[in-house]
Design a protein. Structure first.
Length: 133
């Protein structure tokens, strides 16, 4: 049976901080065969790593991509390859937020080609961004 990961587990696993919690997180992530991660947890993890731990954005993207490439980790209700592409949209700069990237991945995973957004920085790669109906 699959289980869902919470942000606290992912952050502890990726940071190793604090060591006792990181060890517990590693036992879960490295010891459970089928784990699911939501777009919310990915976005929260990115936020915590960049704001609290002050990890540079490019490194956060690289760590999240490596994490998602583990065989036992699957995005919930999203195509894994699209989530990986969405994270790559965040890497070059702060132009694309992690939250917008996850909306982009959700739209693409659902087969939708339209996203309504007032954000001029919303990624348009394969998506039509509409600002009105």
């Amino acid at each position: 049976m699959s289980g869902f990961l919470d942000t606290s587990v992912v952050v502890r696993y990726l940071t190793g901080d604090p060591p006792e919690s990181a060890e517990q997180a590693a036992k879960i992530i490295d010891g459970v065969d089928d784990l699911l991660i939501t777009d919310v947890v990915l976005t929260e993890t990115a936020y915590v790593l960049t704001s609290v731990y002050q990890v540079p954005r490019e490194i956060v993207v690289d760590h999240l991509i490596a994490f998602l490439q583990k065989e036992n980790i699957s995005p919930f209700a999203l195509d894994k390859s699209l989530v990986l592409l969405a994270l790559l949209l965040c890497r070059p700069s702060g132009r694309v937020s992690f939250a917008d990237a996850m909306v982009w991945a959700a739209a693409r995973s659902a087969g939708s080609r339209v996203v309504y957004s007032l954000d001029k920085r919303f990624p348009g790669d394969g998506i039509e961004v509409r600002r009105r109906s």
